[in-house]
Structure formats: C-alpha cells, structure tokens
Design a binder for this molecule. Structure first.
Ligand SMILES: *[C@@H]1O[C@H](CO)[C@@H](O)[C@H](O)[C@H]1NC(C)=O
Ligand SMILES: *[C@@H]1O[C@H](CO)[C@@H](O)[C@H](O)[C@H]1NC(C)=O
Ligand SMILES: *[C@@H]1O[C@H](CO)[C@@H](O)[C@H](O)[C@H]1NC(C)=O
Ligand SMILES: *[C@@H]1O[C@H](CO)[C@@H](O)[C@H](O)[C@H]1NC(C)=O
Ligand SMILES: *[C@@H]1O[C@H](CO)[C@@H](O)[C@H](O)[C@H]1NC(C)=O
Ligand SMILES: *[C@@H]1O[C@H](CO)[C@@H](O)[C@H](O)[C@H]1NC(C)=O
Ligand SMILES: *[C@@H]1O[C@H](CO)[C@@H](O)[C@H](O)[C@H]1NC(C)=O
Ligand SMILES: *[C@@H]1O[C@H](CO)[C@@H](O)[C@H](O)[C@H]1NC(C)=O
Length: 569
C-alpha cells in the first residue's frame, strides 16, 4: 500500500478513534467469513468446515441485521436455505459443479428470477406481476450451482424513471440504499444495492446491470471490483430494460477472480438476445475462460497504458481532488514495469462528455443528446418486457406510467419507513416519444456510437515521437466522481458498447472509496481482467466499512465538502 493512501487512512482512523463499528462481521460456524473469496469458501466446503446452508444462513442473518439501516436488499429468497442444502447434498454425492457451487449470490431486482422472489426494478407497480421464466443470467447462475439469495435494491427502474426528481439508489420497494462506509454519503447507482451488499459482506458477490455507469459507478463508491462487459457478451433476456441498444449485465465482487468466475458463468450466446451473436461475429470466444486471465503484479511488466488526460483527468472533480493518490498509483505501476503514455486523448471528447461529470456535454447539440434515443429505447424496451410477462395487471409502458402517475411513486411502504416521493420525469419524456424510431433516433444513436468507438480506438493507438504506432493494452480513467456530479468514466464505453472495469485504489476523508478504471476495445474483457487484477495485486487497497452514520434518515445524500468541485487553474 502506498504512503499517500496510508496517510489518508491514518488520518481518518486518528480522527474517529472513538467510533466502534456497530456491525462487525461475525464468524460463521466458527469460521471467519469477512471479505472471504470464492476459492477459500470452496476450500472450506471441501474440508467440511462450512456448508453452503450455513454460509447462506449467516448471510441471511446479516442482511436481517443491517437492512433496516442500509436497505441494500429488496427481498430474500425464502427457498435459499433449502436450495443451499440440496447443493450440499449434491456435492457430497457427486462433487461440485464448479467454482460457483453453493455460493450465495444476490441479483439486482431488474433481473428476472422465476422463483418466489418478485422482479420489480424496485417499483410497487410490478408487485403483482409474474415472470415467464428465469432471465438467461439467473438460469446460468443456477446451472453453475450458485444459490440465488435474493434481489438487491437499486435506483428505481435502474435510474430511468426520473432524472430530475430522484435520489440515487432509492426505490419505492427497497427504500434508500446507503453507503456502508458512511451512510450520509452517496452510493452512486443504479446497481447500488448489488455493490453495497458485496462490500458489506451480505453475500459472496452480486450481479448488476448497466446502461451508462450503473455497474462501474456504484462499484467505485463501494470500493469493490466492477466489470461492465461488452454489449452482447451477456444476454439481457429477462432483464427489465433501460435501453436494449446499450444495456449489459455484469458482476460486482471483492476480487477480480470472484468477478471472473461470475462472468465465466453468465456470458455466452442466447437465442433470446440477438446482441449476443455479436460475440460470434466478432470472432471473440464465447467460452472465454476469464478466471484464467487473473494475474499478479508481474503481468504489468512491459504492459502499455494510455492516460487520456484531456477532460477525464484534467477537469473532472474527483480526478482533480484525488490527483496525488492517482499519481502515486501511476508511479507504482511504472515501478512494476508498466509503460504509461500521457495525453492519449479521446478526439472530440468535449462533444461527447460533460467535462465535469456524468452525462451529455452542454456543447452537444440537443438533438444529438443520448436521451434522444435512450427515451425511445426505454418506451419500447419496457413495452416489450411488460407485454412478455406471464401475468401482470400492467401490460404496456403507458399503463406503467399511468400507474406511477396516479400512485405517484411512493411512500417507501416496504422500505423501512423512509419517505421520499420520487418523480417520473424521465418516464414522461419517454412517453412523449411514443417509442417512434425515426431519423432523429438513428442520427443521435449512430453519431454517439460511432464517435465513441472511434474515440476509444484512436486513444488506444499511440503514435510516438518517431512516428511508431503503439497499440496500447488499455486506457486508465479516474473513477472518482461524487456529489451531484457522478464520474464521467462510463459514457464513452456505454455508447461504444465496449467493456470497462473498475478497481478500488483509495478512500477520501469522508470515507468514500474511489477507483481506477480501465477501458479496452470490444470483447477485451479477458485483457481488462488480466491488467485490472495485476494493478489490484500491486495497489491492494482494501477498505473495511465502519458504518458511520448508520442510523441517518437523510434523503437524498449530503453533497461533498466545499471545494470538492474546484478545478485546477
Ligand atoms: C397488487 O395486489 C394487491 C392485493 O390484491 C393490491 O392491493 C394492489 O393494488 C396491487 N398492485 C398493483 C400494482 O397491481
Ligand atoms: C433482435 O431482437 C430484437 C428484440 O427482440 C428484435 O426487435 C429484432 O428484430 C431482432 N433482430 C434481428 C436481426 O433478428
Ligand atoms: C479455466 O482456467 C483454469 C486455470 O487455468 C482451469 O483450472 C479451469 O479448468 C479452466 N476452465 C475451463 C472451463 O476451461
Ligand atoms: C506471478 O505470476 C507469475 C506468472 O503466472 C508467476 O510465475 C509468479 O510466480 C507469480 N508471483 C507470485 C508472487 O505469485
Ligand atoms: C499529462 O500531461 C498534461 C499536460 O498535457 C499535464 O498537465 C499532466 O500533469 C500530465 N500527467 C501526467 C500523469 O504525466
Ligand atoms: C403527484 O405529484 C405531483 C407533482 O409531483 C402532484 O401535483 C400530485 O398531486 C401528486 N399526486 C398524487 C396522487 O400524489
Ligand atoms: C402518455 O402519452 C399518451 C399518448 O400517447 C397520452 O395519452 C398520455 O396521457 C400520456 N401519459 C401521461 C402520464 O402523460
Ligand atoms: C460522513 O459524511 C459526513 C457528510 O455527509 C461528514 O460530515 C462526516 O465527517 C463523514 N464521516 C466520517 C467518519 O468521515
């Protein structure tokens, strides 16, 4: 661990020496399970120190204890214990199916599971709906022997019900997801409950979804690993959509190896999601062994990374505030043999990216804003999903909007007594498009998609002083946004449909973790896992949440401290 990071942590420990963590992770059947990884658990299962049923019970107990404060889980699977028990029996009789055998996993509440747990994207409107079948992802997790522990809380409809009148990580069913490091500080979203459940030790790992930032950003503020796969790597069939153009599904975990085990299990071709055929067309292996790609710091020797300094590092709040810590990580990487190239900039980034945070650039002509096509996708995607439900009182996007409008999304009835009336401003905008796919839709979507792809591809190709072309292994980006401005480091890979990963590298004086992201070309997940795990092995930042302010009822979160947004001269 670096001197700079130690300095920050020492400061916070010194200042808060009087605080005692109210929720230490208890031993499970006499075994330490805090921050345990999948290989270690499999070892305990094999030696008989622990059974899947015992571990599942320990997580259920911990969820029951913490959820009234942190609201990271919407619903526990009432059959989880019996499923774990039958997997224990199966292991004794015929051995484990693989690394996920008996491993308790939470899935975000927009990923359909055909079990007793309802799938609602956090909305009360879908409480009485039943799904026709498991989502492809849930089916694959079951096939691999995972215990589906329940559904994680999220920002309602993955942040697509409201942009203006909302609180990040809030849903009517689940209430306000809180950050386990400091409950008055933000979680980011929309897979807020998935990420916080992982760092809070409420499950072994979790699955989230992303349209633009929803896996990467909550992973950043939970201090864990997040992998946002290429669109088409993982099937979206049975996932309540935000935008079928750019939705993807991916893991949240405490280590790259655990995340890779999950990605190994859930990726592949699915006839119900034709985007998954892109993996075949592009020549990418559909049976990639991602856990095989996990490396140690020695993999950094000779590896080449670009630093797209312009905007991403130069003007965004978190990158500027945490610059000393980031520069220290760069120094460590160079000492380990990595070659860093500065100013491998993204062409036209000021048109594609708000220079201070998440979202469209104000300079971008309105008709080319991402929401031009995202609103149409939202209308059509939800229409198709609702229409395909096994049974539901709500069958179309307009019926859903009418319900939300009448009932006004919310008193937090199931969410622990917190009151927050979330708006439906984004649903109203989507409604105004009537889902019509016209020239404007294609123009905005293709413009952004092509420019984002070209931007990342160009930045990955460095031309040195002698005119030599150097193909870089990845682009390093800051994962450090906060307050009303979230991190900018998700918009380009989202629109390009490219993969990205984040790993934790530090923690700020108010306890919020921040991370380092890596971008690569499409279907480069194995490469990103290789280098992400190598940097993680080098930096080894591991935060233990102390649950400060756990009993707060503030909604929304506090902003960051004054001066956080100061940009450099
Ligand atoms: C769901 O069913 C309950 C009980 O029948 C009813 O009170 C509630 O209004 C229903 N909600 C929706 C969204 O259909
Ligand atoms: C792919 O699937 C979508 C959604 O189910 C469908 O609308 C579209 O027609 C399909 N495309 C092809 C080329 O089959
Ligand atoms: C993946 O790689 C690991 C490590 O090399 C190996 O143990 C495992 O059998 C491989 N899995 C598959 C499915 O090929
Ligand atoms: C790191 O990985 C390399 C390549 O797999 C291996 O040879 C080396 O022993 C590993 N080092 C450590 C410290 O594990
Ligand atoms: C990258 O270059 C910019 C100027 O173009 C400079 O301000 C910045 O300090 C450099 N960053 C690193 C890490 O060298
Ligand atoms: C819904 O919210 C709007 C404004 O946000 C308010 O005018 C209206 O009274 C609310 N309706 C209900 C049923 O709560
Ligand atoms: C949604 O749009 C339809 C027209 O397609 C309109 O009739 C309806 O009132 C709109 N819903 C709301 C809540 O504005
Ligand atoms: C938690 O965040 C609040 C602001 O929301 C801040 O005042 C407080 O100092 C933070 N707590 C710790 C222990 O850092």
């Amino acid at each position: 661990m670096s001197r700079v990071l130690l300095g920050v942590m020492t400061l916070s420990c010194a200042v808060h020496a009087d605080w005692t963590n109210p929720f230490p992770v208890k031993k499970c059947n006499g075994v330490v399970i805090e921050d345990i990884d999948i290989d270690t658990v499999q070892g305990y299962f094999t030696s008989g120190l622990l059974t899947s049923q015992q571990l599942t019970q320990c997580y259920v107990d911990r969820i029951t204890l913490l959820n009234p404060y942190f609201h990271t889980v919407i619903e526990i699977n009432p059959d989880a214990l019996s499923i774990a028990s039958s997997l224990d029996t199966e292991r004794l009789e015929s051995g484990p199916r693989g690394p996920l055998h008996g491993i308790p996993i939470l899935t975000k509440d927009n990923i359909a599971t055909a079990d007793k747990v309802r799938t609602t994207a956090g909305s009360l409107a879908l409480l009485n709906s039943t799904v026709p079948r498991d989502s492809h992802v849930a089916a694959l997790l079951r096939l691999n022997g995972a215990v589906l522990l329940g559904h994680a809380n999220l920002a309602e409809f993955a942040d697509y019900i409201a942009y203006d009148d909302y609180s990040e990580g809030y849903s009517d069913r689940g209430g306000q997801t809180r950050n386990c490091f400091n409950a008055t500080q933000q979680t980011s979203g929309s897979s807020s409950g998935s990420a916080q459940s992982v760092v809070c030790n409420l499950c072994m790992a979790a699955i989230g979804t992303e349209t633009d930032g929803s896996i990467l950003l909550p992973a950043m503020h939970a201090g864990i690993i997040g992998i946002k796969p290429t669109v088409g790597r993982v099937s979206r069939a049975g996932v309540i959509p935000g935008s079928l153009s750019q939705d993807t599904v991916g893991p949240h975990a405490r280590t790259f190896r655990d995340a890779a085990y999950l990605l190994d299990a859930i990726s592949g071709v699915d006839a119900r999601d034709n985007a998954t055929f892109r993996a075949l067309l592009s020549g990418a292996s559909t049976h990639a062994n991602f856990s095989d790609a996990v490396a140690n710091a020695s993999a950094l020797r000779g590896a080449k990374f670009g630093i797209p300094w312009d905007v991403l590092w130069s003007s965004t709040a978190g990158a500027v505030t945490h610059r000393p810590a980031f520069l220290d990580v760069f120094r460590q990487m160079e000492a380990a043999g990595a070659i860093l190239y500065n100013n491998t900039n993204i062409p036209r980034i000021r048109e594609l990216q708000d220079p201070y945070g998440w979202g469209d650039a104000l300079d971008t002509p309105m008709e080319l804003w991402a929401r031009t096509y995202l609103h149409v996708d939202l209308y059509n995607g939800l229409d198709e999903y609702l229409n395909g439900l096994e049974s539901s009182p709500i069958r179309s996007f307009e019926e859903l909007l009418a319900w939300e409008d009448t009932n006004n999304a919310s008193t937090g009835a199931l969410g622990g007594g917190e009151i927050w009336v979330s708006g439906a401003d984004n649903f109203l905008r989507a409604n105004a498009t009537h889902g019509v796919i016209d020239e404007g839709y294609y123009l905005a979507k293709l413009w952004r998609h092509e420019l984002s792809k070209a931007g990342i591809d160009t930045a990955l190709t460095h031309i040195d002083a002698d005119g030599n072309l150097i193909q870089l292994d990845g682009l390093l980006v800051p994962m450090a946004g906060a307050g009303p401005y979230d991190s900018p480091s998700s918009g380009l890979p989202a629109a390009a449909h490219y993969p990205a990963v984040t790993l934790p590298v530090g923690q700020d004086p108010w306890q919020l973790p921040f991370g380092l992201g890596i971008w690569g070309p499409e279907f480069s997940e194995a490469q990103l896992i290789r280098f992400g795990s190598a940097i993680d092995d080098l930096v080894r930042w591991r935060g233990r949440p102390q649950h400060y302010n756990y009993d707060t009822t503030k909604i929304p979160f506090d902003p960051r401290w004054p001066g956080f947004f100061d940009t450099p001269a």
